[in-house]
Design a protein around this ligand. Structure first.
Ligand code: MG
Length: 390
């Protein structure tokens, strides 16, 4: 059996994709970073034995989050050009002596298992193969002042994607030769392979395998990914905790000084408990008590962000996303208003959401009932969850 490796090139600074602070491969597309989607696409294909990511040195922290949980090689640091970065990946793979290597850009997160399989199949014939699309638009060349020079014969043109697949040793040799001869201007590995005298075959690319370059690409694909999550669920959750002696309460993920504390088995964060139940409700997946029994001593004094994170992970595991969290807190004291935005930020951070998707509201109960008598705090939560349509 041929040993198959993949180099995932994620070493770009991605300034064209809008936000200068986070390179595009670390920006989310439909709730997941582009790089994580790309790594998952390759990790899911059993025939790919080794995955070698290439990143920028300064992106180490972003990388660790994006790659968490995947059984892949530690990243190597890329160079100043794409060609340098690919070569760094190939040199790192040399110790593993793969037979075949696929080179793929992290900016193409929609690569399918079928396309990866075609790349592997096609390389066997010639030692080098690249995915290509026919050109359906008319293509013209232009002169220096932007006037049409001529109309090109589109039947002879192809749009080239990645993954590009190669016999490993010849491609490594070609990269080394190019570096030795001071050639650093190849924009893809096929161009370098052609220069080195390799014959490059083509296989059918995929229109959906687009390269994300511009901010509008992000928005279009965010919208596309979200629209596929059309099983929309609303869950609600209610929780109550009683006051007892103490000098602060934990609520909505933050600590508020108060002349009493909330009593309970965990940290008694009534807000996060209601939100956890709302998410589990939307999933029809039990409740906080069934997943974290109060009888289990390991949850004594537990920080409730663990419960909320657990529920969020259940949504992610179903391929879904949280569209909105809405929490209402009912108490006479303490005053919640001054802490509202801190709670929203804390909840958003725990749930991995934009703060614009988290609402916190508060009301008294006009001195009526147990909340009105100051005996405890009640919290009501609603979660809107989008799951993949069936
Ligand atoms: Mg509770």
């Amino acid at each position: 059996m041929a040993k198959i490796a993949a180099v995932i090139v994620a070493a770009g600074s991605g300034t064209r994709a809008g936000r200068a602070d986070v390179p595009k491969q670390f920006r989310p597309v439909g709730g997941e970073t582009m790089l994580r989607r790309t790594l998952a696409a390759f990790a899911d294909v059993n025939t790919v034995d080794i995955i070698q990511p290439v990143i920028r040195r300064e992106d180490g922290d972003l990388y660790r989050v994006a790659a968490a949980g995947f059984a892949i090689l530690p990243p190597v640091v890329g160079g100043t050009t794409r060609q340098d970065s690919v070569r760094a990946g190939l040199e790192a793979l040399a110790a593993h002596a793969p037979d075949i290597v696929l080179i793929h850009d992290a900016a193409r997160p929609f690569v399918s298992a079928a396309l990866i399989a075609r790349a592997i199949e096609s390389v066997a014939e010639t030692g080098a193969a690249i995915p290509a699309l026919t050109v359906t638009d008319t293509v013209k060349s232009v002169d220096a002042i932007g006037h049409v020079d001529k109309t090109l014969d589109r039947s002879a043109l192809r749009l080239i994607q990645t993954p590009q697949s190669f016999a490993f040793k010849p491609l490594l040799d070609a990269h080394r030769k190019a570096t030795m001869q001071g050639r650093a201007d190849f924009t893809d590995d096929a161009a370098l392979a052609e220069w080195a005298g390799m014959s490059v075959a083509m296989f059918e690319g995929e229109p959906a395998n687009i390269k994300i370059t511009h901010p509008e690409d992000f928005m279009r694909h965010e919208a596309q990914a979200v629209s596929q999550l059309n099983d929309v669920r609303i869950g609600n959750g209610i929780d109550v905790h009683a006051f007892g002696p103490g000098d602060h309460i934990i609520i909505g993920g933050i600590r508020i000084a108060h002349n009493q504390a909330l009593t309970g088995h965990s940290d008694a964060d009534v807000g996060l408990h209601a939100l956890t139940d709302a998410l589990l409700g939307a999933l029809a997946d039990g409740d906080i008590g069934s997943h974290f029994p109060p009888s289990d001593p390991q949850w004594r004094g537990a920080s409730s962000d663990r419960f909320l994170k657990f529920a969020v992970e259940r949504v992610t595991a179903r391929g879904g996303m949280i569209a909105h969290l809405d929490l209402t807190i009912v108490c006479e004291t303490p005053k919640i208003g001054p802490h509202r935005d801190a709670m929203r930020a804390a909840i958003a951070a725990i749930a991995g959401l934009d703060v614009g998707r988290v609402a916190v509201k508060a009301t008294t109960s006009e001195k009526l009932g147990f909340t009105g008598r100051g005996e405890g705090i009640a919290a009501y939560a609603t979660a809107t969850v989008r799951l993949p349509g069936s």
